[in-house]
Ligand binder design. Structure first.
Ligand SMILES: [Mg+2]
Length: 231
């Protein structure tokens, strides 16, 4: 069976600094829920967009039921906000990423996205960064509030691409936060953590990542490290 590699987006493939994405939340809070709220003070890295939408509203005293009732509408508002502000999306592809994706493909790996971003926002970011077309499938932020459940979604979608059941032990999550590592571990998926986001190598090692890299550059060494986890 082919190895499956699942990439996080923010802080892993592209640089952090997704102001448009954060502003999209504030837009949805205002337009859909009628409240002034933001992600200020919330550690967003590694979280799903569903979780990030619920959390500030819960703090304002809204019930999960009230929030969920307008969730689809809120997601649609976020996606159209990003669509209007596409020009401001982060497009800094991190060092080694383009070459690594080509190399994994050349070595026969099946490569997908595993991100907390809503699908339309994830795909817009990938288009902006010129990385669209590099991924065969993806698990996205509207499919669950928790990252570990997104791992199950990704395994299921990978199985459809591969045409047989994908084994967790033949799968690697590549991400930049302890939440990426934890989500992989829960399901017996291997993890490669990259210190290109808000966490340093020590923190990622302490989180229990199978491999910790300072950067995805040099890309050939990264490819060896990632595929070395699923020989
Ligand atoms: Mg990330």
């Amino acid at each position: 069976m082919a190895a499956v590699v699942l990439f996080d987006i923010d802080g892993t493939l592209i640089g952090l600094g997704t102001d448009v994405h954060r502003a999209a939340f504030a837009h949805a809070f205002r337009e859909v829920y009628g409240v002034e709220a933001s992600l200020d003070g919330i550690r967003a890295a590694g979280r799903t967009d569903t979780w990030l939408l619920f959390e500030p509203l819960r703090e304002l005293g809204m019930t999960d039921r009230e929030i969920a009732a307008r969730l689809r509408e809120a997601f649609a508002a976020m996606c159209s906000y990003v669509d209007v502000h596409l020009g401001d999306l982060q497009d800094r592809v991190l060092p080694g990423v383009r070459e690594l994706l080509k190399e994994l493909d050349a070595r026969g790996a099946v490569v997908g996205l595993l991100t907390g971003n809503l699908e339309a926002i994830a795909l817009a970011k990938m288009r902006k960064a010129g990385l669209d077309g590099c991924f065969e499938f993806g698990a996205f932020g509207e499919e669950s509030a928790t990252r570990s459940e997104l791992v199950l979604v990704a395994l299921r979608k990978a199985s459809l691409v591969v045409g047989e059941a994908v084994l967790p032990g033949r799968t690697v999550v590549v991400g930049d936060t302890p939440l990426d590592v934890e989500a992989a571990q829960v399901h017996g998926v291997r993890s490669c953590a990259v210190a290109s986001g808000p966490f340093d190598e020590i923190e990622l090692r302490e989180a229990g990542a199978d491999v910790v890299l300072a950067s995805l550059e040099p890309w050939d060494e990264s490819a060896d490290a990632i595929l070395g986890l699923v020989p």
